[in-house]
Design a protein around this ligand. Structure first.
Ligand SMILES: Cc1cc2nc3c(=O)[nH]c(=O)nc-3n(C[C@H](O)[C@H](O)[C@H](O)COP(=O)(O)OP(=O)(O)OC[C@H]3O[C@@H](n4cnc5c(N)ncnc54)[C@H](O)[C@@H]3O)c2cc1C
Length: 283
């Protein structure tokens, strides 16, 4: 028998069953998945920041970050924003339906390097998905330095991962702040861009690492704010999104200069990105 992920089987997805669908908001659902092959499900492992290639027959395949933590063995969480054909098909699926999964792929967040630092997480919208994996992994490991989480949504109804946000807000040593672009009746929290929350944070750039995920415009604004506050480029870590076909460094569809988002990323430091012609960094 040929082993999956040998070169011959590089593109062959494994069947995975949807065990649960969590509606995060009108645009985002989290799918709790388990591989049908029990042996594989038991041995499957990954690191925060890695992604899976998810496929639905006749609808295509796309990279989706793993939003659960490796310690949640037995299931994988993929949080999916409705964007096009594949993600719309996923949003129509229910408990018991099957999808195809390949992976995990990509360079993860540098978890060992994060362990000894204060951590600042800045996310917008679905950008919290990969950071959720990092945050919950750090908390499970007993991270003993300060954690600050800044999360921005378009409106209060768009706030995703509400259970996590509530639990982080109640965790000792964690400062979790939310803001929305546009208020709605009943919202008494902050209104404005996520960068507006920086004023409420005590940050020590020399002791900190910042992890930033979200739409390109938000990333640009946050990187500028972090530079103003004295964060070194090597201590700013973000993720890049590019359309990709293979996920394994063969098609080169996701290249940024000589780097590939699927293999060299999706996690990059700002120091690394500044060496590339990355449109997200252009003013
Ligand atoms: C490493 C990585 C991790 C990701 N993680 C997540 C995640 O956790 N959750 C999540 O929801 N999404 C995630 N994405 C984004 C997701 O892979 C894309 O949104 C994907 O395109 C959705 O597939 P689709 O078939 O539904 O939409 P598509 O049909 O691919 O369309 C999505 C959007 O892209 C546009 N588009 C389509 N083809 C092209 C093209 N060739 N060039 C430019 N624009 C095009 C479409 O007009 C549409 O606006 C991630 C992407 C990467 C690279």
């Amino acid at each position: 028998m040929t082993m999956p992920n040998s070169p011959k089987d590089l593109y062959r997805p494994r069947r995975a069953e949807i065990r649960e669908v969590i509606v995060e908001n009108s645009q985002i659902k989290t799918f709790v998945l388990a591989f049908v092959d029990r042996a594989h499900n038991g041995s499957f492992t990954y690191q925060p920041g890695q992604f899976m290639m998810v496929s639905v027959p006749h609808c295509g395949e796309a990279p989706i970050s793993i939003s659960s933590t490796p310690a949640d063995s037995g299931t994988i969480h993929l949080s999916v924003r409705r964007a096009g054909i594949l993600t719309a098909a996923l949003h129509d699926m229910k408990q018991g339906d099957m999808v195809g999964l390949r992976g995990p792929y990509g360079r993860p967040f540098p978890m060992t390097a994060l362990a000894g630092s204060d951590l600042l997480f800045v996310a917008g919208g679905i950008g919290l998905a990969p950071l959720r994996s990092v945050i919950n992994t750090c908390l499970a490991a007993g991270h003993d330095r300060r954690i600050t989480i800044l999360y921005g949504s378009r409106t209060p109804s768009d706030i995703a991962f509400q259970g996590d946000l509530a639990s982080w807000g109640q965790t000792a040593g964690v400062n979790c702040l939310l803001t929305v672009d546009r208020s709605e009746p009943g919202w008494e929290g902050e209104v404005g861009l996520v960068t507006g929350l920086f004023a409420q944070c005590a940050l020590e750039p020399d002791e900190s690492k910042a992890l930033v995920c979200g739409p390109p415009m938000m990333i640009r604004a946050v990187l500028a704010q972090l530079a103003d506050r004295g964060f070194a480029d090597g201590n700013i870590i973000t993720t890049m999104e590019r359309h990709m076909k293979c996920g394994v460094g063969i098609c080169r569809h996701c290249h940024m200069d000589d780097k590939l988002v699927c293999k060299d990323g999706p996690v990059f430091t700002l120091e690394e990105l500044k060496r590339l012609k990355v449109m997200e960094l252009r003013g």
